[in-house]
Design a protein around this ligand. Structure first.
Ligand SMILES: Cc1cc2nc3c(=O)[nH]c(=O)nc-3n(C[C@H](O)[C@H](O)[C@H](O)COP(=O)(O)OP(=O)(O)OC[C@H]3O[C@@H](n4cnc5c(N)ncnc54)[C@H](O)[C@@H]3O)c2cc1C
Length: 446
């Protein structure tokens, strides 16, 4: 069954024929080209010093093929940007799910984070010169980029805490401070860093203190002094850098949008990008189920005389996984539709739901798949251990679950409390009136 025939009925009216064709092409490209090439990518990664100075050649081959097939920059939604491939968020959501089944498919089609969010920043907020210098090569897949917000010495889930100092001196800005979890900073093709810092720490409005400024790779004073691991994986060549800035000087023209506009930029950047991860996460969960189905039907492995598929509890795992993935997919696609019908700001509730539910569901599913493989599930012989580690980080990256849940809970409470209190009070009074009229005593003690 081709991907276009598996689109959930609720989403079908929003998917064009052109997108359906592309969706099937994406599926073929991912299943036939990218997933087999994942192993080649791994084998071509450099060792030792070369780990962070080379990139696997197989990626460039895949990029060339993807471009030829027209599978390029599908993430830029058509109603917000003219530079993309002309699909809606929903249509891209269906494609991104498939991309999520391969380690390298997103990059092979130029739909990989953090470049996607950074391209959105340039397209939305960049000056013409900034667009020409950085957006054009990013859109073409010639260079990569990083977004540097998180800092080691503060709680970065609250971005008002950001401390990196950006001070104007004549025609330059001078940066001092440190950043970590700078994803992509290990890649030799990473040529531009979008750095968030404070230009006006004394501004009484805590949301006007920050700015985002461009720092080209190799600028003196900036040093990637170590790479961080994710549950032991280094994610080379992309990687996650710990970076220090010591009197780093850039021209004033490198400021994005203007001083004090940093919050506006990160809020604009993180809307659709947040659900890109959620979309790919659904694909990762589907992949885990595929691996689980193969394992439970493996004729060589029959604990207590029967294949795992004959043990009731295992079929229950498959069934529960099906339910959880399908439910999470609907939440994610619903968020995409809501963004398409307005913008990311009008879909904050739906984005938060997708951001929280998709990784949690996928982690449960992947964990079952790991369990079905026994010890093999935690080693390098299946993609499951790496998938689990990658998806686990999504409950922290782009804002921890707790922050999204707090905002979601606050919003639900604020928008509903008056109307719900009024309705329930009326219903209680009406019940009392009806009880009285029928000769009964009112029961409610509230
Ligand atoms: C793999 C990976 C890639 C990343 N890539 C990037 C990147 O490219 N660029 C970048 O700038 N950052 C990146 N990050 C960092 C990420 O954005 C931050 O880790 C995240 O915002 C949380 O900030 P923190 O680590 O400082 O945690 P803290 O802010 O210190 O929070 C710690 C914990 O406190 C709890 N908490 C926080 N707020 C609340 C609340 N309101 N209520 C209840 N509990 C709460 C949560 O459990 C949270 O996990 C990445 C992180 C990972 C793991």
């Amino acid at each position: 069954m081709a991907a276009s025939t598996r689109i959930p009925p609720i989403a079908q009216p929003f998917v064009s024929d052109r997108a359906k064709k592309t969706l099937d092409l994406v599926e073929q490209f991912v299943e036939n080209d990218c997933i087999p090439a994942d192993a080649v990518f791994q084998a071509q990664l450099g060792e030792g010093e070369k780990r962070w100075t080379t990139t696997p050649a197989v990626l460039e081959d895949l990029k060339a093929k993807a471009k030829k097939l027209g599978l390029w920059n599908m993430f830029l939604p058509k109603n917000h940007f003219k530079q993309g491939a002309g699909y809606s968020n929903l249509e891209y959501g269906l494609m991104a799910e498939l991309l999520g089944k391969s380690k390298i498919a997103s990059e092979a089609t130029n739909n990989a984070a953090p470049d996607t969010g950074n391209m959105e920043v340039f397209a939305k907020y960049g000056s013409e010169a900034q667009k020409q210098q950085w957006l054009a090569p990013l859109l073409d897949g010639q260079i990569r980029s990083a977004f540097l917000m998180t800092e080691p010495d503060i709680a970065s889930s609250d971005a008002t805490n950001i401390e990196l100092d950006i001070r104007r001196e004549g025609n330059e800005y001078v940066l001092n401070g440190s950043k970590w979890w700078s994803s992509g900073a290990g890649d030799p093709r990473c040529k531009i860093y979008l750095v968030m810092g404070k230009t006006d720490a004394k501004n009484p409005d805590p949301y006007k203190q920050q700015s985002v400024i461009l720092v080209p790779a190799g600028t003196p004073g900036m040093k990637v002094h170590r790479m961080l691991t994710v549950y032991g994986y280094d994610d080379a060549p992309h990687g996650h850098g710990h970076i220090t800035f010591k009197n780093v000087r850039v021209p004033v023209s490198n400021m994005v949008l203007g001083e004090g506009r940093g919050f506006e930029i990160i809020q604009g950047r993180l809307g659709p990008g947040r659900i890109h991860h959620a979309m790919r996460t659904i694909g990762a969960a589907e992949k885990a189920v595929e691996w689980m189905i193969v394992r439970i039907n493996d004729e060589r492995k029959k604990p207590f005389g029967q294949p795992l598929s004959s043990h009731g509890v295992i079929l229950e795992w498959i069934a529960k996984s099906r339910i959880e993935i399908d439910a999470a997919r609907l939440i994610v696609l619903n968020a995409a539709i809501k963004i398409d019908q307005g913008d990311a700001k009008s879909a904050l509730k739906e984005i938060a739901q997708a951001k929280v539910l998709a990784p949690q569901s996928a982690l449960t599913v992947i964990d079952r798949a790991v369990q079905s493989y026994g010890a093999a599930g935690v080693c390098q012989d299946t993609p499951l251990a790496y998938l689990w580690a990658g998806i686990r980080t999504l409950r922290i990256a782009d804002g921890p679950d707790e922050v999204h849940l707090q905002q979601l809970g606050r919003r639900e409470n604020r928008t509903r409390k008056d109307a719900v209190t009024k309705k329930l009070t009326w219903q209680r009074d009406e019940a009392d009136r009806l009880l009285n009229a029928s000769g009964f005593k009112p029961k409610s003690q509230l």
